[in-house]
Design a protein around this ligand. Structure first.
Ligand code: NAD
Length: 385
């Protein structure tokens, strides 16, 4: 009887080990440094924090709350998103690396101040290796509770010393990305008279619409919230046309701008676009990297989402270093040069724009690693002296 129990225990331990090996395999696949599982039964907290790459500095990335169907789904999401953050931080030239946190739960039912205070403890326990804030399903007020336990939170309301709404710099970054696209395609960064189709006129889409109308562009808009569309039509008059939400990506336009959901460039849509460029705020617009190559084949210039939507990240990173609005605006404007650089590289090397962007990230990370090595050698040498 005793030996049966031991065998069962061993089997259980081996099974656990196999599961862990899977997590390590997943970490290797994406190149992660650290994954932390957080559990607190009293508040119901189940969360995962993933630190992808801290070569440039502490990991930075939002905290999502979604009723994931399984732990595997949450793990896959946090690994994929945190890797994206490394790329985003690198191109935005901020001294942070990629990280992300996901909470497995329904934001409408499972939130409580206590849950966020516990999150504050977990994140604080990482001693500055990870900073986080709002993302899907969480809002600045949630992190007011978390911030009482640790200083590792950003994007707090202005009344709590935060930098406020990130959709403003995000929209501005997308707008600069469009100006750069215009410069590349038409030799001028003026958007006057250009037609832009915006999918989703929420916080970012609406701000972008305003910037575009002010710049003299003509906008087609669509949103599942038809009331919102009609309000904007009323506000901007004949500068705006409301189109069918299921057909917006098929609209004839100069620039298509996905500002709602990810995965817009996929096997079904790839042949349906009637635009010359895609520049929008939605995260993960390409379902797979190969869709970037397919866009290249169709001569559609894709401005990588993680570059043009980095305005919000730039603001949050700046908040952690002492918020300065002019610095945020200048760094956000730099998205213009980066988009141009990527488009020219892609053209000269005949590669998809997403590949050109990835190569720049790799070059930057390599340079950073070299700098870190030199600094480490320097301090070792001075310690020996
Ligand atoms: P939001 O929720 O305020 O707006 C999204 C809008 O899209 C809503 O009006 C919604 O009704 C609409 N929508 C949803 N599904 C749609 C569909 N199938 N077709 C058309 N419209 C649809 O979100 P947001 O803050 O404006 O962000 C927009 C996108 O940009 C998101 O993908 C977000 O992840 C990304 N993003 C936002 C920020 C930021 O600072 N807010 C930063 C980086 C990236």
């Amino acid at each position: 009887m005793g030996s049966m129990k031991i065998n069962e225990q061993m089997r259980g331990a081996l099974l656990e080990e196999a599961k862990m090996r899977d997590v390590f395999e997943m970490m290797d696949r994406y190149g992660h440094e650290q994954v932390i599982f957080c559990r607190h039964p009293q508040t119901g907290l189940k969360a995962i924090i993933a630190l992808h790459n801290t070569t440039a500095g502490p990991a930075l990335g939002g905290c999502r709350m979604i009723p994931y169907a399984s732990t595997d789904e949450a793990l896959e999401d946090v690994l994929r998103l945190s890797k994206g953050m490394t790329y985003k931080c690198s191109l935005a030239d901020v001294d942070f690396g990629g990280g992300k946190m996901v909470i497995i739960g329904d934001p409408k039912k499972d939130k409580s101040p206590e849950l966020f205070r516990v999150i504050g403890r977990f994140v604080g326990g990482l001693n500055g290796r990870f900073y986080t804030g709002t993302d899907m399903g969480t809002n600045p007020e949630d992190f007011v509770h978390a911030a009482r336990e640790s200083k590792s939170f950003a994007g707090l309301p202005k009344s709590y010393g935060g930098s406020g709404d990130t959709s403003i710099p995000t929209a501005l970054g997308v707008f600069h990305g469009m100006r750069a696209t215009a410069r590349f395609l038409w030799g001028t960064d003026q958007l006057k008279g250009r037609v832009v189709a915006i999918q989703g006129v929420g916080k970012v889409g609406e701000r972008l619409l305003q910037l575009l109308v002010e710049a003299g562009a003509y906008c087609k808009i669509a949103d599942i919230d038809s009331v919102r569309c009609e309000q904007l039509k009323e506000k901007y008059g004949d500068k705006v046309q409301v189109v069918d939400v299921n057909r917006i990506h098929k609209e004839s336009c100069d620039i298509f701008s996905p500002c709602a959901k990810g995965g817009v460039v996929n096997d079904d849509t790839i042949d349906e676009f009637r635009c010359l460029a895609i520049v929008g705020s939605a995260n993960n617009q390409l379902v797979e990297d190969r869709h970037g190559a397919l866009l290249q084949k169709r001569s559609i210039w894709y401005a990588p989402d993680y570059l043009v939507n980095a305005g919000g990240l730039i603001q949050v990173a700046d908040e952690l270093e002492g918020f300065h609005e002019e610095r945020v605006l200048a760094k956000t404007e730099a998205i213009y040069d980066m988009v141009l650089d990527i488009f020219h590289r892609a053209k000269n090397e005949n590669i998809p724009t997403c590949e050109a962007a990835d190569r720049i990230v790799m070059e930057r990370l390599k340079k950073l690693t070299d700098i870190r090595r030199i600094l480490l050698e320097d301090s070792r040498n001075s310690a020996r002296r």
